[in-house]
Structure formats: C-alpha cells, structure tokens
Ligand binder design. Structure first.
Ligand code: DAK
Length: 273
C-alpha cells in the first residue's frame, strides 16, 4: 500500500517539461515535453530529469523506466542552443555538473532504463540515450553528435560512451564529421539494440522489457551494476567485482527459487529478494 502511494506521487509530480506515467506492469514512461523546440534540453529540463530519475528509482514498484520525447519528430534534438549564447563559464560548469548527475543516476539505476528513440537524437539528446541501459529506435530516427559544427565537443560523456558502445573508430567518425546517421547504421555499429517501424516502437520496447522483467530482479540489478563498474576498471578487477557479486547472489531467495523452479520444471516466482 505504501508503495502504491509512492508511485502515485511520481505520476502527479508537477514537472514543467516532463510527463510521467507508471503503467500496471511497473514501467515508468518518462517523456520530455518541449515538442516545439524538438525537446531540446534547456537547464530546467536537465534539472527536472535529474529529479525525476532520482525519484523514480527510489520507488520499489517502478520496475523499469522508458525515456522518450514528446511527438513524432524528436527524441531530443540536443542541448538548447539558445542558452549557449553568452552563457558565463560558471553557468556552463553548473550545467555540466547537473548533466553529469543525470547521466550517473540513469547508469546507476537498479531497474533497466530504455531510451525509446522515435526521431532526432542529436548532441546532448544522443548522449542522454547513450547513458540509458538499452536503446530501441524507429526506422525514422536520425542520430548524431553535431557539436563540432557549433565549435564544441560532446559534453555529457558522449566521447566516452560512443567509443565504448560502438568503437573508438566509429566515435571519431561520428564526432569529427558531426553528420546524422540512420537508425539502421546506428544498429550496425552496435549503438542501438533494436530498430523497428515507427508504429511498432512502443510494442517492441515493451517486448524487450518483458523479456527482462520476467527474470530475477536482484540478478538483473546486479548484472547492470557489475557491467557499469566493470567498464571503469581493467579485466582482472572487473572479474573480481563479478565474482563478489556472483557470490552475494547465493544469499538471495531469488537464487534459491530460480534453481528450485528449474529442477521442478516450473516457472520461477521471483520475489526480488
Ligand atoms: N536547441 C534549441 N532549439 C532547437 C534545437 C536545439 N538543439 N533543435 C531544434 N530547435 C528548435 C528550432 O530552433 C525550431 O524552433 P522555431 O524556429 O520553430 O522557434 C524548432 O525547434 C524546430 O526545428 P527546425 O525548424 O530546425 O526543424 P527541422 O525539421 O527543419 O530541423 C533539426 C530539425 C533537428 C535538423 C534542426 O532543428 C537542428 O539541426 N537542430 C539542432 C541540432 C543540434 O545541433 N543539436 C546539438 C546541439 S549541441 C554541455 C554538455 C552537452 C552539450 C552542451 C553543453 N555542457 C557540459 C555544458 C550538448 C550540446 C549539444 O547538444
């Protein structure tokens, strides 16, 4: 009961540029709502995103988060360029810090976060999508990091995340040319997990999440955590993190249930403990 009330408060939270809806499967649909500016990230959107992710991951009933943009045209067309003119360095620094907090909160989320990309995902918008755990794109999506055309480089971790998700060579090409690429090309280089027709985007996102949500929630959260922490360290240390986490899972009820269910030839009933 307490959890239900907590989720209800997430839905009614008064964000100016975000729409939040938690469905009966526990999927929180978080939409950036500035359609007239192609959902560009101004300072207020970035602050609201930080607050929304901190809030959503704190609710036990939220089992997954889908981040998207309002309207058909854009996921997010980048940081709001109109804020760049005359922005003093101390404000740029504060913006950078808030942006880093958003990306870190998304990456550290114990529940899977999927970017659902229906249109333009450019600059800071693609960086936001890359901080999510998975990406599902429509064939109508266009992705790119056009910052060098504005005399900038990606500033929300894009140089690092594209190198890791695709490859350093791909990152160099995308960042130096600043060109836009198709969803198929993004899929080919390993940047997005699924590409589907626009009308199938929501269903494909739900199907992908369903396949995750029937698994042991503690194991899923642990896998996300181990992968994230492993990317920060070398192979040997990463394997130590993996072994520690593997051992700890043997203290969970879910692990016992998973093994028992297999041996009894039935579906596991995970409790998330
Ligand atoms: N910012 C502000 N407004 C934008 C915008 C943006 N990024 N993108 C689009 N809009 C606005 C347009 O100005 C236009 O507004 P009105 O003229 O109607 O008032 C409206 O959205 C519709 O856009 P268009 O009329 O241009 O629509 P088109 O279909 O013709 O073109 C487009 C769509 C996506 C190709 C085009 O809008 C475009 O090129 N947009 C800019 C894309 C871009 O360069 N994005 C990257 C921005 S650089 C930082 C960390 C990170 C960053 C910055 C700082 N710190 C750590 C401090 C990240 C930087 C970036 O993301």
């Amino acid at each position: 009961m307490e959890q239900e009330e907590a989720v209800a408060s997430a839905e009614s939270e008064d964000y100016r540029f975000l729409q939040v809806e938690v469905d009966e499967a526990g999927i929180a649909w978080l939409s950036i709502h500035r359609p007239k500016a192609l959902n560009a990230l101004n300072s207020e959107v970035i602050e609201e995103l930080r607050d929304a992710f901190v809030e959503l991951v704190s609710y036990e009933d939220v089992r997954a988060i889908v981040l998207t943009g309002s309207g058909d045209k854009a996921f997010v067309a980048g940081a709001d360029i109109s804020e760049f003119v005359g922005m003093p360095p101390h404000e740029a620094r504060a913006l950078s810090q808030t942006g880093q907090e958003v990306m870190a909160t998304i990456e550290a989320s114990p529940v899977p976060v999927v970017a659902m990309i229906q249109g333009f995902a450019l600059g800071g918008g693609l960086e936001l999508a890359m901080a999510c755990h998975l990406r599902v794109a429509s064939t109508a999506a266009k992705l790119g990091l056009p910052e060098v055309g504005l005399g900038l480089i990606p500033g929300f971790g894009g140089t690092q995340r594209l190198s890791r998700l695709a490859s350093p060579g791909v990152a160099r090409e995308w960042i130096m040319t600043g060109e836009m690429y198709s969803a198929e090309e993004a899929y080919r280089v390993g940047l997005v997990n699924r590409v589907v027709a626009p009308e199938e985007l929501r269903d494909a996102t739900v199907q992908l999440l369903k396949s995750v949500l029937k698994r042991g929630p503690v194991a899923v959260a642990t896998a996300l955590d181990v992968i994230r922490r492993g990317l920060e360290v070398g192979q040997t240390e990463g394997e130590n993190i993996e072994a520690d986490a593997f051992g700890i899972l043997f203290a969970t009820e879910d692990q016992t249930e998973g093994a028992k269910a297999f041996l009894e030839k039935r579906k596991p009933e995970f409790q998330g403990r």
